[in-house]
Design a binder for this molecule. Structure first.
Ligand code: PLP
Ligand code: 3DJ
Length: 414
């Protein structure tokens, strides 16, 4: 085990001095002494969010009461916030809504897509993708044949082999939650379309981590979380994208009154709203939407090109600094093939991560042997990346992780 890192901390500090995004850190509230490398699981708290939520609670709920549905714009918020996320995912207005969880939205778009290809009886997804995606292909397509591509293989070649006249829908993660591998959205979408199938993209680990180009890539449907890189707050509602060309024929299965063409007519039968509104289902969680609205105020000021450049600088620096530690990396070495995380393997990853957390470096453990570190360009500095690499070097060099208090606790959230 090396006794020091291959670069001095001053090299990282020099990169910070030239960082165009460095001012964003002050717009977050983060505890002193914590190196937070888990923003890919739960984003940090924007400093103005508590005041924004308090104002909404006191003025709009407390003062406005039921009138706020109209006067404070509550009713339009799912569409309005969708249009504010749209530039982050490369979507023109009117194709994105904020509602429900990513899992629920996956069910809606998978079922919609399957109904657009009724004669086809197979669905393709990825082995090792985030489990909810796999579970929902079972739930949405119980009678379809399920075909799987591998996580780390040549996606275009594997898809080319699996796609035929029978495949209705392909569900893929833009960035893999475990390895951080980034798919080529344009090439993959084009291949899927060439075979007559539709694509659903899971953007949970790419939105807010890198520029996404849904319209330019001709994507059909997409979903994503807002509580990770977007910093909307724990459990903040997800978003759903449906390309405009599918709206008129889209039959989503959760036909609640918020997706009705005229909800306050209280008609007995369902008539879908025109456009993206038909993907809504029930009353939105306004308090959670307030947290997301505050976070999106901050995103208005972010240059996505600078975000991507810094993200790659941070992940490249961490890979370079930790390379001498000898832990195999699951994350592609080629920058253009990675999202904004680094995943390193260690046979005792759970106690190693617990020891790191005790030292103030918060990352996460993913079974069976992955130390996962998320790099959020808005609130992480290069010097902190150096500190994180040093913490990892030290925990491994001292073997402190072997102490019994770091052993796995059954059932813990990781
Ligand atoms: C890739 C991916 N898809 C879906 C989800 C699930 O989202 P939710 O639990 O918000 O439905 C997550 C994270 O939880 C995820 O990482
Ligand atoms: N949504 C989560 C939760 O409710 C508890 C713990 C973790 C999460 C996550 O988001 C995990 C995350 N999707 C992942 O990539 O592992």
């Amino acid at each position: 085990m090396p006794s020091e890192l291959p670069l001095p901390r001053s090299a990282a500090e020099a990169l910070d001095a030239a960082d165009p995004l460095r001012g964003f850190r002050d717009r977050f509230t983060l505890p002193e002494g914590v190196l937070y490398l888990d923003g890919n699981s739960l984003g940090a708290l924007p400093a103005h969010t508590p005041a924004h939520i308090s104002r909404m609670v006191e003025q709009e709920w407390g003062g406005g009461l039921i009138r706020s549905w109209n006067e404070a714009g509550w009713y339009d918020l799912p569409r309005g916030l969708g249009d504010r996320i749209a530039p982050l995912v490369g979507a023109a207005a009117g194709q994105t809504v904020v509602c429900d969880s990513t899992s629920v939205n996956l069910f809606k778009v998978l079922t919609t897509a399957l109904r657009l290809r009724p004669e086809r009886r197979a669905i393709v997804s990825e082995l090792g993708s985030f489990p909810t995606d796999l579970y929902l292909t079972e739930g949405a397509a119980p009678a379809h044949e399920r075909r799987l591509i591998s996580r780390d293989g040549d996606t275009l070649r594997e898809l080319d082999e699996l796609l035929d006249q029978d495949v209705a829908v392909v569900l893929l993660s833009h960035v893999d939650y475990r390895t951080g591998r980034l798919q080529d959205m344009a090439a993959v979408t084009e291949l899927i379309h060439r075979h007559g199938a539709l694509v659903v993209w899971d953007l949970c680990h790419s939105v807010g981590a890198l520029p996404v180009r849904l319209d330019a890539c001709d994507a059909d449907f997409a979903v994503g979380c807002t509580y990770k890189y977007l910093n909307g707050g724990p459990g903040s509602p997800a978003f759903l994208y449906a390309a405009e060309r599918h709206h008129d024929r889209a039959e989503q299965p959760l036909t609640g009154w918020f997706g009705h063409a005229d909800p306050f007519a209280f008609e007995p039968g369902y008539r879908p709203a025109p456009g993206i509104g038909r993907f809504l289902t029930g009353t939105p969680p306004l308090l959670s939407l307030a947290g997301l609205a505050a976070a999106l105020d901050l995103w208005q000021d972010v240059d996505l090109g600078a975000l991507r450049a810094k993200s790659l600088a941070l992940t490249s620096l961490f890979l370079q600094l930790t390379e001498p530690l000898g832990l195999p990396s699951l994350t592609p070495a080629e920058p253009s093939e990675r999202g904004s995380q680094v995943s390193l393997r260690h046979p005792q990853a759970y106690p190693v991560m617990q020891a790191l957390i005790e030292r103030g470096l918060i990352g996460d453990f993913r079974a069976p042997d992955v130390l996962r570190f998320g790099f959020t360009p808005l609130y992480l500095s290069h010097a902190q990346v150096w500190d994180a690499a040093e913490a990892l070097r030290d925990v491994l060099a001292t073997g402190v992780w072997r102490e019994p208090r770091f052993a796995a606790a059954a059932g813990a959230v990781t």
